[in-house]
Design a protein around this ligand. Structure first.
Ligand code: G6P
Length: 615
């Protein structure tokens, strides 16, 4: 959601900024813009509605020179997506240009004050208030940009990552962060790069600084990075080494990131387990469980907070932890939890699951849990993001950057980590016997191979997909561990093909959704062989009896369901609790191929953002 890129150095800024914006496209946006200080000291701002490519076309005949610049992709919150509301925003005199991610909550009050002083606004955004406020403070107190930013931010309530260019100081970018991520890249010859995450920076340098809330950084060419807070106290954020390869940021021959990421899952899962499951595949070692053994083992209750796909992973985590560790688990939408006045006790463990590590609602839920004295554990993908920094401990899923907006490999990575976590706690609590533990660990290590098998259904699913292109509604049914798989399958389809889809526990269907079933309604049933197999067969019969068209995911060799399903997709067998890791794959492929058949922009679905940094 919104992307920030900045560069100041010895090279032309424009190509670096545009490339950076493209790297951030996955976050979701609806307009883009760039500001450059040219070689004559002029500050040029160019903006366009639509994609970065539209901005490039708009800029074709413009002056794009200059080695200092900031650029932005905007996901509209205040004001429609058009070029006036796109960032950067000029200050009234045209001396400053500013870009912003986040929301300024008290912008109306601030704006009224500035309008009374005669400042004319050119957009309806909350962001423009910031640049007008900063310039107003600068000019009325005759102070420089950094000091004006410090004074201004004292008056601002809200979330922000901002970057500002000052025409009078073409060698400097000032940026600041509060509840919205910002990463500074340290280039070789004193050059600086800026990004909302490391992806626009990674190809230039592996040395980065993740700014903390309250930090204001001054990037001045050739000088050491200066980081202070609003009260001008020097801060000392650490330089971190990042480990992102260019290959991870590019499509590697696939037409879309999403399909690349679906196919990466076996390798990602091996990466996720590497160093955590020993070579004999009979023991899991998670340092977070070793370091905080007592806290985890004595937890009276676990509360999982998450949003979207991560919430679905949480539902699987609940079943894993309850069945193996015998600890009660609640799974909460972070957005509901934070405003519900929930009962949180000091002996609760709160597990926050988030791919991006920046989801605003999940961060707020963490804060609430911490204030109530609970122990907070993070399951995250993005290294160095806010959630891993605000939780007491946690486990990274290590699946590499996920660029497709619809989450795939992060989901299976989260489920893999939750499986390892449940097994580790269960062993410490002795709620699982040695033999079962070893058997399950060994099975977990076989899952990547089985995922490879599941990926072989790709061609069959591609053929099937065209049949469903014209569906208006779809129903996904599953039971037990496969119920969250049904929810996730339906979410994937909704997100990228814009077909309405619902996931339901199969037995609940008769309490409502059954009324919707007719020959127009595709029904996808996850009917792998487990203890509820016979029950789900009855549910399939209920659908068939009403003329519904059933596509069933079955365990390889199943001959029973074949007799009455319209289509079957065969999957390798595994233990029931690991089935979601396999069964999710054909549903990801199905959503992908249906969306491709419908000609949708699979990686950048309309209205969605990858990293939801506003509530
Ligand atoms: C957005 C994304 C989803 C994601 C959700 C939670 O809605 O489009 O793919 O599942 O946010 O994000 P998180 O980064 O916290 O897992």
């Amino acid at each position: 959601m919104c992307g920030i890129v900045g560069y100041i150095g010895h090279n032309e800024a424009y190509p670096i900024l545009i490339k950076g914006l493209k790297r951030l496209e996955y976050r979701g946006y609806d307009s883009a813009g760039v500001a450059l200080i040219n070689n004559d000291g002029g500050l040029n701002v160019y903006k366009a509605k639509g994609k970065v490519a539209d901005l490039e076309s708009y800029c074709e005949d413009k002056d794009k020179t200059g080695s200092a610049g900031i650029a932005h992709t905007r996901w509209a919150t205040h004001g429609e997506p058009n070029s006036a509301n796109a960032h950067p925003h000029y200050s009234a005199s045209g001396r400053l240009a500013l870009i912003h991610n986040g929301i300024i909550e008290n912008y109306m009050t601030l704006k009224e004050n500035l309008v009374e002083r005669g400042i004319v606004f050119k957009s309806v955004t909350d962001t423009e208030v910031l640049v007008q406020l900063i310039e107003h403070i600068m000019l009325s107190n005759n102070i420089e940009l950094l000091e004006a930013v410090q004074v201004a931010l004292h008056q601002v309530i809200g979330a922000y990552a901002i970057a500002i260019l000052d025409r009078n100081h073409p060698d400097t970018i000032v940026c600041a962060r509060q509840s919205s991520p910002l990463v500074v890249g340290l280039g070789k010859e004193g050059d600086y790069y800026l990004g909302s995450d490391a992806s626009p920076i990674a190809e230039y340098t592996d040395r980065v600084i993740y700014l903390n809330d309250g930090d204001i950084a001054v990037m001045r060419l050739g000088e050491e990075l200066k980081v202070v807070n609003m009260d001008n106290e020097t801060q000392h954020p650490k330089v971190k080494q990042i480990d992102i390869t260019l290959g991870q940021l590019e499509k590697g021959g696939y037409p879309y990131f999403m399909i690349k990421e679906i196919f990466e899952q076996p390798a990602c899962m091996r990466d996720c387990m590497r160093g955590r499951i020993n070579v004999d595949a009979d023991r899991i070692t998670l340092s977070a469980v070793i370091d905080y053994r007592e806290r985890l083992v004595t937890a009276r209750r676990i509360i999982i907070v998450a949003c979207g796909t991560s919430w679905h992973a949480g539902l699987i985590g609940k079943q894993l932890i309850e069945s193996m560790c015998r600890i009660p688990v609640e799974v909460e939408y972070a957005s509901e939890f934070r405003y519900r006045d929930p009962v949180i006790m000091p002996d609760d463990v709160v597990i926050a699951i988030s791919q991006s590590g920046e989801t605003a609602d999940t961060l707020a839920a963490i804060e609430l849990a911490r204030q109530a004295g609970a122990f907070v554990f993070g399951v995250c993908n993005a290294i160095g993001a806010s959630i891993p920094r605000q939780t007491q401990t946690g486990v990274y899923i290590h699946v590499g950057p996920e660029i497709g907006v619809a989450s795939t490999k992060a989901f299976t990575g989260q489920v893999t980590v939750l499986s390892m976590l449940a097994l580790s706690i269960a062993r410490e609590k002795k709620t699982i016997d040695d033999e079962t533990y070893k058997h399950m660990v060994a099975e977990l290590t076989l899952i990547p191979d089985k995922m490879e098998e599941a990926l072989k259904t790709n061609e069959q699913i591609e053929r099937l997909a065209s049949i469903f292109t014209y569906a208006k509604n779809c129903l996904y049914l599953g039971r037990g561990y496969n119920y969250p798989v049904a929810l996730e399958g339906a979410l994937k389809l909704k997100e990228i093909s814009y077909i309405h889809a619902e996931g339901y526990p199969a037995a609940e269907m008769k309490h409502g959704p059954i009324a919707l079933i007719d020959s127009e309604m595709p029904v996808f049933v996850i009917a792998t062989r487990d203890k509820l197999y016979e029950k789900i067969i009855s549910n399939i019969q209920e659908v068939r009896a009403r003329g519904g068209r059933v596509t069933a995911l079955v365990t390889r060799g199943d001959t029973q369901i074949q007799q009455f399903a319209d289509h079957v997709i065969e999957l390798p067998d595994t233990q029931e609790c690991f089935q979601p890791l396999i069964a999710s794959i054909p549903l990801q492929l199905l959503a992908y191929h249906i969306a491709v058949c419908k000609g949708k922009d699979v990686d950048r679905p309309r209205n969605l953002a990858k990293s939801v940094t506003v509530e």
